[in-house]
Write a protein that binds this ligand. Structure first.
Ligand code: GLU
Length: 455
């Protein structure tokens, strides 16, 4: 049986690090097992779903290199949901209800006041055919609930009823569907709800594994009963923990600021996002992995922890820097050109260790190829250094020879020698090794700067 997974975002917003982690775990598992990865737009909420958000999701997945083999959209599949609903109505598993939100609220309040759990009381199952006809004649349109299998011999009273599965991440899991309300699966306007549509899709598309957040554990209990009612073999389920911030508090409210779009705008590299979100909350060390297939090769359910995964934006930034520090020139040449940064492999190797985001390379490109204002801290020293600059061409030993002469002639050493040279040559307090920068700055510009001239 070949693996088939799906990532099923609702196009009601942009992707953030939380849902990208879900996407990645699915994608890496598919890649690791030679399976296929489906992108499914869960757009049954027509009010909140937009084509722009769907486009944004595709842009973000593409940017991360998470290509999909197939794409489906729930709004195209209403006929399939209607057919499944008819089959379940015929079996008496879907039933029509007429309560308004207010009525349901009042019922729940009464139940709570009596110390009872606020479970739907199945009052609608007591509506007689005549009453249904009257309601229909009045133009009342029902919403439909799925009757959970949790009572005996037609009784309406739910009993403790355990649905269990062996979770790919959490091990043996149980949900008591006797403690849940029959879920609404069709709204009064005829639109279908996720709990229902997801099962029909997963069954009809042959999804073999569902990997999603642990906020769906209870859904799984309900959905397993839906698979059964539809006569479908359920897939395997794996529920990963949710992200928490560096402080251990839930990240859900801060996720907006952690959209993939904003990370991209902040200059975070796609493989830094992927490395970080794939490795947090696992037993693997967090490191900058340059190749997504390398991440896929490491994937194993057994490595995924059930403890919350800690997401620290600062750690992502430092991972991004480490990724860049090890990136070969060929992998960034095109991006550097996009940023207006010239330079060749020698320039990249000189500066990559001193940048946090690729755009920082532009700072060093200005230093080697544009005019800067030199800062003269020790005029005697920089004049001596200017006078001793050797003629070009320069070679590997030029720097050491020059520095030895400047040291001897000026009597300066250590920071007293190097800091004034750096301030004159680059106008900055710190940065890449001067030995690597000097040949890129070139003799004429270096001499002018050492003499305090803008160059
Ligand atoms: N659209 C659902 C969500 O984003 C999908 C959940 C699932 O994977 O079944 O929560």
């Amino acid at each position: 049986m070949s693996v088939k997974v799906r990532f099923a975002p609702s196009p009601t917003g942009r992707l953030h690090v939380g849902n990208v982690r879900t996407a990645l775990l699915n994608w890496l598992f598919a890649r690791n097992s030679g399976g296929t990865f489906m992108l499914r737009m869960d757009d049954t909420d027509l009010q909140r779903s937009t084509a722009e958000f769907a486009d944004g999701i595709r842009v973000d997945l593409n940017w991360l290199g998470l290509r999909w083999d197939e794409e489906k959209r729930q709004s195209d599949r209403t006929d399939r949901y209607a057919a499944a609903a008819e089959a379940l109505k015929a079996q008496g598993r879907l039933y029509a209800c007429y309560e308004t939100e207010d009525e349901l609220d009042r019922k729940r309040k009464r139940q709570r006041a009596r110390g009872m759990p606020p479970i739907y009381d199945r009052a609608a199952l007591k509506i007689t055919p005549d009453e249904h006809a009257t309601l229909a004649a009045e133009g009342r349109r029902p919403h439909w609930r799925f009757r959970l299998d949790n009572s005996e011999n037609g009784s309406l009273t739910p009993l403790p009823t355990i649905v269990s599965w062996n979770d790919l991440i959490r091990g043996d899991q149980t949900v008591d569907v006797g403690s849940l309300s029959d879920p609404v699966v069709i709204r009064a306007d005829g639109s279908f709800l996720y709990t229902f549509t997801s099962v029909i899709d997963d069954a009809e598309f042959g999804i073999t594994h569902i990997i999603r957040g642990e906020d769906h554990v209870t859904n799984t209990g309900v959905q397993l009963q839906l698979f059964e009612a539809l006569g479908a073999v359920p897939p395997a389920f794996g529920h990963h923990s949710l992200l928490v911030g560096a402080d251990g508090a839930a990240l859900s409210k801060r996720l907006g600021a952690l959209s993939i779009e904003s990370l991209r705008e902040d200059g975070i590299e796609p493989m830094a996002v992927s490395s970080y979100t794939a490795l947090i909350g696992t037993s693997d060390a967090i490191e900058a992995v340059a190749d997504i297939d390398d991440l896929a090769a490491r994937f194993a359910f057994s490595k995924i922890s059930t403890a919350p995964a800690r997401f620290d934006p600062e750690e992502l930034k430092s991972l991004n820097a480490r990724l860049l520090h090890a990136t070969p020139y060929d992998d960034v040449a095109a991006h550097l050109a996009d940023l207006g940064v010239g330079g060749d492999a020698a320039f990249w190797l000189a500066v990559r260790g001193n940048i946090s985001v690729l755009a920082d390379a532009a700072i060093w490109w200005r230093v080697v190829a544009d005019r800067i204002d030199p800062v003269i801290e020790d005029r005697e020293l920089t004049d001596i250094a200017a006078g001793l600059l050797p003629a070009e061409p320069w070679c590997d030993t030029t720097w050491d020879d020059w520095i030895a002469k400047v040291k001897a002639a000026s009597g300066r050493k250590g920071r007293g020698l190097f800091h004034p040279l750096r301030m004159a040559l680059t106008g900055r307090n710190d940065g890449p090794e001067l030995k690597a920068l000097l040949p890129l700055i070139g003799r004429a510009r270096a001499e002018a700067r050492l003499r305090g001239q803008q160059a």
